[in-house]
Ligand binder design. Structure first.
Ligand code: DAH
Length: 343
């Protein structure tokens, strides 16, 4: 085979590649130079029959040519469009075809409830307060007037991380943190996730949401609490529902109450959700205990306050008649997509 200058072959081929304007000619160049019977392929093959001392230099030179060509062909191909497809023109499109609808996301039904709760209480003058999910026993219990060895601590069946550190079992510690940080008047809600060592069943989950409310000022009364909660129920459920307050016990309130509303599932007739009573409990509440106020440096002779704690999971289930809390945490889109704009 006649000696051909590798550099000259490369220079000429690169110019030719640069000048091609369609993929078919580009492919023809590739076959002519690099195909099985291509020119460069032949030179590479011929290296082995050269005198031994010429082989390394010739091999390197032709390999460089092949590498250069491959790179140039690839770049030109990318510039001209993908193989097989000529540049589409307007004639190739059917502009009357309907577009493809991208899948539309939506907030989780629980988030819809939380957003709505925040919206309602904001309009009633509350602002949102936040606190850590990992709490100290001081904030989670002691400052809430729940002494060491009080049975309530056992009820909460906590996830402890260290002797004095746990995943918060309730949102009430945010009350303490908020009051410590500011002087009265205080009017906050704090929605968030809480944790208890419960097994999953239709009405229990080891994590769920709570929303705490707190209002402390110079003359806050039980009447204020009842009025606020009545307004909340009316707005959240969108209608006037039967309400009844029952006496209860929480260490951090005195007196303590629980609020029942008439069952939204059977409208008070009696069903499995309300255990045939026609009533369902939706929150605990009361007047902030003087010990709690004193603990954060407030004077219970001067200020008073109410507090409440409700379960967004529970009221979501009541509002949408969801029979099992597990639906809220399994993230099955077939279930969740039913609540599009439900709030
Ligand atoms: N933290 C209570 C619980 O987890 C709920 C609660 C009840 C909060 C009464 C309050 C309250 O602020 O006044 O069971």
């Amino acid at each position: 085979m006649a000696q051909v200058e590798p550099d000259r072959v490369l220079t000429e081929a690169l110019a030719e590649i640069e000048a091609t304007s369609d993929l078919t000619s580009l492919e023809a160049i590739r076959v002519r130079l690099l195909g099985r019977k291509g020119e460069v392929t032949a030179h590479l093959r011929a290296v082995s029959s050269l005198p031994k001392d010429e082989r390394p230099a010739a091999g390197q030179a032709w390999n460089r040519v092949r590498g250069g060509l491959e790179g140039a062909l690839e770049a030109r191909e990318a510039a001209l469009g993908s193989p097989g497809a000529d540049t589409p023109s307007d004639d190739d499109f059917d502009f009357s075809l309907p577009g493809r609808r991208p899948p539309e996301g939506l907030p989780h039904v629980l988030m819809q409830t939380l957003d709505r709760l925040v919206e309602i209480f904001r309009s009633l003058g509350f602002s949102v307060a936040d606190g850590p999910e990992v709490e100290t026993t001081h904030y989670n219990f002691t400052a809430l007037n729940i002494p060491e060895d009080h049975p309530t601590r056992d009820d909460h069946d906590s996830f402890f991380l260290a002797p004095d550190l746990l995943l918060r079992t309730q949102m009430s510690p945010v009350q303490i943190r908020t009051m410590e940080a500011q002087e009265p008047p205080v009017r906050v809600i704090s929605p968030g996730r809480v944790y208890r060592r419960d097994h999953f069943d239709a009405s229990h989950s080891p994590f769920f949401f709570q929303m705490e409310g707190l209002y402390v000022d110079t003359d806050v009364t039980l009447g204020d609490l009842k009025g606020t909660l009545r307004e909340f129920v009316r707005r959240f459920f969108g209608k006037e529902l039967g309400m009844r307050f029952r006496g209860s016990y929480f260490p951090f309130t005195e007196p303590s109450l629980e609020l029942d509303i008439s069952c939204t599932v059977c409208e008070g007739q009696g069903c499995a959700v309300c255990k045939q009573t026609g009533w369902v409990e939706i929150l605990g509440c009361g007047m902030v205990h003087p010990n709690v106020l004193r603990g954060v440096g407030y004077d219970p002779e001067v200020v008073s306050g109410y507090a409440f704690g409700m379960g967004p999971d529970r009221i979501t289930m009541l509002r949408h008649r969801i029979p099992d809390i597990r639906h809220l945490y399994e993230n099955d889109l077939r279930f969740l997509s039913q609540f599009r704009g439900a709030s």
